[in-house]
Design a protein around this ligand. Structure first.
Ligand code: UD2
Ligand code: MN
Length: 349
């Protein structure tokens, strides 16, 4: 026997040994994996395999609920352009014995002044801003009519009452600027409706939605024989998008007492090449609850002088210069009450 056959025998045996070792390794590896897996459910100590399957089932239930709610959301359609809930002309009532509790009971779906339709996605989110001081009864009548009115229009909305604290001269325009700024802290509203407390809409075809141009909603009211007072009239109730109002720098802050602030806003719109749109005469009808001129809201004798200067002042007198102090924000069931100190006029009128 030479050296070569001896060597080849050793190599063959080595090969067999190597293969045997390899097989053993593979078997050992498979065994580790199997043991590893069977051990896993017991690794977290306290929980038995049964606990684990209950938790797993609950998790699955939760996930399927989530999927269902996502599906429901995406299945919800945008509300129709013309809400089928509208009724047209409405018979208004002003019952002296009406109470806030009664109005709250009638509007169970309103939460902290806010409402969102449950069966469709509202076309616009609208903040209604009401400047207010010492007109509690008017506010009650307005809430009584406005909540169902807005719900019939299938809007996502909230009602903000901006209440001027103290006895200083009333400043409607500045209160509305405050309302705009404060409401935007809650939600990015698409549309703002600036609303006198004493004007109640008579026809729910009068849409509280914004348009491509600023909208004046009071075409006529009982006290003026339901006629438009003048072409550029923009007082009472008007609607502007968040962007439109921002573009004109809001209302002026410098009109104290009665009059002129609505005309100033109209001039601001014209300077920005915007125009005013209105609903049809038979739709834009309002009842104004009778009132005398309030104490602390005397006629603003400066208004003509101020109006002549609007084209110079609008850039620096408005949202960007509105300084005020919020004293409280109360979220009542039917409205958000923002009580604010707006200061006082720089000089007496
Ligand atoms: C007209 C305008 C109004 C405004 C005002 C002049 C219409 C229909 N309305 O209303 O938009 O331009 O002239 O400033 O043309 N307020 C209080 N407490 C007060 C005083 C005023 O809450 O002590 C609020 C309340 O929301 C009221 C609004 O300010 O509705 C306007 O005051 P007004 O009703 O005394 O003035 P009026 O009816 O002449
Ligand atoms: Mn009034």
């Amino acid at each position: 026997m030479g050296l070569f056959p001896f060597m080849s025998k050793i190599v063959r045996k080595g090969k067999c040994l190597f293969l045997l070792l390899l097989c053993l390794c593979v078997v050992a590896w498979i065994a580790t994996i199997t043991i590893d897996n069977t051990n896993k459910p017991f690794q977290d100590g306290s929980k038995s395999p049964d606990d684990k399957s209950v938790a797993g089932f609950k998790q699955m239930e939760l996930e399927s609920e989530m999927i269902q709610s996502i599906e429901e959301q995406s299945a919800k359609e945008t509300c129709p352009k013309q809400s089928p809930l509208r009724r047209g002309a409405i018979k208004l009532s002003f019952d002296p014995s009406l109470t806030i509790g009664q109005v709250e009971r009638e509007n169970g779906e309103v939460v902290e002044g806010q409402y969102n339709p449950s069966d469709c996605i509202a076309r616009q989110s609208v903040a209604i801003l009401i400047p207010h001081r010492n007109r509690e009864k008017h506010l009650l009548y307005l809430l009584h009519h406005l909540h169902p009115f807005l719900q019939r229009q299938q809007l996502h909305y909230a009602i903000y009452v901006i209440h001027q604290a103290g006895v200083a001269t009333f400043n409607r325009a500045k209160l509305l600027n405050v309302g705009y700024l404060e409401a935007l802290n809650d939600h990015s509203w698409d549309c703002f409706v600036f609303h006198d407390v004493d004007l109640v809409p008579e026809n729910d075809h009068n849409l509280y939605m914004c348009d491509k141009q600023p909208k004046h909603l009071v075409v006529g009211r009982n006290s003026t024989g339901y006629k438009l007072r003048y072409k550029g009239y923009f007082g009472g109730v008007s609607a502007m998008t968040k962007e439109q109002f921002f573009k004109v720098n809001g209302f002026p802050n410098t009109y104290w007492g009665w009059g002129g602030e609505d005309d100033d806003l109209r001039i601001r719109l014209t300077l920005q090449k915007m125009s005013i749109i209105r609903p049809a005469l038979e739709v834009g009808r309002y009842t104004m609850v009778f009132h005398n001129r309030d104490n602390g809201n005397q006629i603003n004798k400066d208004r003509m002088h101020l109006l002549r200067r609007t084209h110079q002042t609008w850039k620096t007198d408005g949202l960007n210069s509105c300084s005020y102090k919020v004293l409280s924000v109360q979220r009542a069931p039917l409205y958000i009450n923002v009580t604010v100190d707006v200061g006082r006029p720089e000089r007496a009128h």
